[in-house]
Design a protein around this ligand. Structure first.
Ligand code: URA
Length: 245
């Protein structure tokens, strides 16, 4: 330990010296940063891996998940939740779905999209020729809003670094934004989902397809046709053929 203290003191002294000599930037290897604790920025968002077993990507996501589990940024949501709902699926997924927020079933089980809307999402994923575990599923909010109310802008802002870090870690080829909340939280646009769906947008250089939320499809089954059209566009972007239905 005293060795480490000496190294840190020497490094700080050297940096001080360089600063006085006019140096304004130094390059630091990611490995050097691994293990340092940060406040505010999730390590994965800062490009830092934690050393805890599993692949570096799994480590990133599990350390982020641990941060989400103890998050109390939204006092109402953190008081009311049974479980946080981080996200699920393949950490190397080429396709990522982003929903709004957990409902009662998701809060109970700690898994995204497991209720009625989730079962419909699973059917959509399978109709596209994937298994649920091939893709990655996350939400804008990681906690259930009481009575499933629409997330408040402050809640979306509080939770956004976690979603950004997930996207950053997974680096999907294509994302699908399910419903208006997901679209608005990622894209700075005020156009309704009906106008946006079916058209490509870009988020952090990743193509994103807005489409209707599966909960809307449960209330309005004829809109499934539009969602299937959107999913065929997504498959084409991924260079895959739509399975025959
Ligand atoms: N609706 C969502 O937006 N997300 C879920 O996880 C479940 C329902």
């Amino acid at each position: 330990m005293s060795n480490l203290r000496e190294i840190i003191d020497d490094t700080l002294a050297n940096l001080d010296e360089m600063k006085r000599a006019g140096v304004t930037h130094v390059e630091v290897a990611r490995e050097t940063l691994a293990g340092l604790s940060w406040t505010g920025v999730p390590p994965v968002a800062a490009g830092i891996s934690q050393k805890t077993g599993g692949t570096p990507l799994q480590q990133d996501l599990s350390s982020l998940q641990a941060q989400v589990k103890s998050c109390v940024k939204c006092s109402e949501l953190s008081r009311c939740r049974t479980n946080t709902v981080f996200g699920a699926g393949n950490p190397r997924a080429e396709l990522m779905f982003i929903g709004e927020a957990p409902g009662a079933d998701e809060d109970e089980q700690g898994e995204p999209f497991v209720g009625r809307a989730g079962q419909l999402l699973t059917k959509i994923i399978e109709a596209m020729g994937f298994r649920r575990e091939d893709v990655y599923i996350a939400n804008v909010l990681k906690c259930r809003p009481p009575e499933n109310r629409v997330p408040e802008p402050t809640e979306v802002a509080n939770c956004k670094p976690y979603l950004l870090a997930q996207i950053d870690a997974i680096q999907p080829k294509v994302m699908v934004a399910l419903g208006a909340t997901a679209v608005r939280s990622l894209l700075d646009v005020q156009i309704g989902i009906t106008k946006m769906r079916g058209n490509w947008y870009t988020f952090h250089n990743i193509p994103i397809m807005p489409t209707f939320h599966p909960a809307y499809l449960l209330r309005n089954p004829p809109a499934k046709k539009e969602v299937w059209d959107d999913m065929k566009t997504v498959l084409a972007k991924l260079g895959r053929e739509a399975p025959r239905r």
